[in-house]
Design a binder for this molecule. Sequence first.
Ligand code: B16
Ligand code: MG
Length: 217
Amino acid sequence: KEIAFIFDLDGVIVDTAKYHFLAWRNLATQLGFEFTEAHNELLKGVSRIKSLEILLNIGKVQLSEEEKQKYLVQKNEEYLSFVNKMTSEEILPGVSNLLDYLDAHNIKYALGSASKNAPLILEKVGLYKRFSALVDGNDVSKAKPDPEVFLIGAKKLNMKPENCVVVEDAIAGVEAAKLANMKCVGIGDAEVLGKADVVFKDMTGFTSEFLNKLINN
Ligand code: B16
Ligand code: MG
């Protein structure tokens, strides 16, 4: 059966969450409150503007629209200073093997990320050219858990949703995949990502045994 993959970026292909954390934490410090790694969990898979809203809520800080825009630009510039130093060494374990397998079996794959910086990040780690299609934060109007991002991905790949396999690390992303009527592999904690069809603790879970079964089904 013909299938295709749609990958989330942060937490699946690379761990950019650690750079988002540093940049958000500096903003919180500047605004006079503490922002912890536990707080950062709440921002995973969430859009940039929604992330700022959550952060301001944590600090009980109110800002004008103008100030919000200013801080969003500042945060993104700092985040990009980390992204600009990324190399292929930051590709998460298991990812390169999986992409090699998919290429060898002529299985197409797309990116389905909430990040507006996704094309740059893929370029930095040397994966940009390998993807058949990219859907990022610039293409979608409705954030995950809305299925829009993955439905656009399926369209760009010319595939039916039910023949797409989404790989996601965030609860909202798993929900979006299921709402899109796609198969979903969760990456992380099985208790957290309970709605996924199968959960691996990391990307090394994609063994050739698992993949062979998947494509022969
Ligand atoms: P940006 P994903 C998401 O990426 C991140 O998980 C989330 O923390 C971030 O706020 C969002 O991208 C937007 O990123 O500020 O670069 O546009 O997991 O959907 O690949
Ligand atoms: Mg993610």
